[in-house]
Design a protein around this ligand. Structure first.
Ligand SMILES: [Fe+2]
Length: 330
């Protein structure tokens, strides 16, 4: 058993533990915990099956070699958000460069997921808020992503409605709501595993390690700004989702405004920041890194499925808006 993985997984972490997995020769690998331990277990699974695979080769989307010649995989989440127990991803930071990559392949989809609300009964409030906002982001990004289908739409929009009705109540300690959120995050996972995601995740992946913003918190910050940016191409989709989850508005524009305001209000009520500045990133540190982050974010695989094409300059403007809390008008 490998225990005590609390940080988001990295290549160093894989190197530290891979020999334990090789020596044990497991028939099944069980990833149990939040997104980080499950992603770490998936990465150890991958490099146990293919010890000679380079990290660089593994980052090429949907080009991983076959798994399961040695082990199969079970995911058991103890938080409600990442859906790593469902998804075809493991998100790993390259320890040499500090850059975070989602490794994507249907080979990484677990053989079995055990989604049991008992596992999240004692989830801390902050984890409930951050992981819950990750799930909200999954449902909204998947609903507008380029590869979306009727099937992924159904899962995404139902998940969004359940999260609208239950996330705040789960945060406040209601166990029935916590159960509903646990199911909704898995549904959002089934959706985004097929529809993929968008710029919110690109920005979260590429800024998270440097600014030390946890994944769900980063998504919660970026989501309203990316909706403002994407609304010029998918306003009707955002409006349909807003209407379905019960938000007010006579026109598509009003509905999308309501969606953005709902996210910001939910963040405030769960003590989640709405800007990078509010999170505590210093202006000097932000300015030092913003250009590299914008370049890296454009290259993240999630940018390719964002509904609107995004240049490096536009990605930088999104980061600047999210730092200072400015409206995105591009
Ligand atoms: Fe996520």
């Amino acid at each position: 058993m490998i225990e005590g993985i609390t940080d988001e997984p990295s290549t160093n972490l894989v190197n530290e533990h891979i020999n334990t997995v090789h020596d044990f020769e497991p028939d099944w690998i069980i990833g149990i915990g939040g997104g980080s331990p499950m992603d770490a277990a998936k990465a150890l699974w991958l490099f146990h099956e293919h010890p000679d695979l380079s990290f660089e080769a593994a980052t090429k989307p949907f080009e991983l070699p076959e798994l399961r010649s040695k082990s199969k995989f079970i995911g058991i989440p103890t938080t409600s958000g990442t859906a790593s127990e469902i998804s075809n991803l493991t998100v790993i930071t390259n320890s040499e460069t500090g850059v975070k990559y989602p490794l994507a392949s249907f080979e990484l989809t677990p053989d079995l997921a055990i989604i049991d609300p008992v596992m999240v009964e004692s989830m801390p409030k902050r984890v409930t808020a951050y992981s819950g906002m990750d799930a909200v982001t999954h449902s909204i990004e998947a609903y507008v992503a380029k590869p979306r289908t009727t099937f992924t739409d159904a899962l995404a929009i139902e998940a969004a409605e359940i999260l609208k009705n239950h996330l705040l109540s789960s945060y406040q300690g209601n166990q029935e709501s916590r159960e509903q959120v646990h199911y909704a995050q898995a549904m959002a996972g089934m959706s985004f595993a097929n529809a993929v995601l968008g710029n919110v995740h690109s920005l979260a992946h590429k800024s998270g390690p440097t600014f030390e913003v946890p994944h769900g918190c980063a998504n919660a910050i970026y989501l309203p700004y990316v909706i403002q940016f994407n609304r010029s191409v998918v306003e009707d989709r955002f409006a349909a989702l807003a209407r379905r989850i019960g938000l007010e508005g006579q026109t598509d524009k009003e509905l999308v405004d309501s969606l953005i305001e709902w996210i910001r209000e939910l963040n405030r009520e769960m003590d989640v920041p709405n800007t990078l500045h509010e999170f505590g990133v210093s202006e000097e540190f932000f300015k030092e890194h913003v250009d590299t982050m914008a370049e890296n974010a454009v290259q993240d695989p999630c940018s390719g499925t964002n509904p609107r094409e995004t240049s490096v300059d536009e990605m930088k403007q999104l980061l600047v808006a999210a730092y200072y809390g400015q409206e995105v008008t591009i």
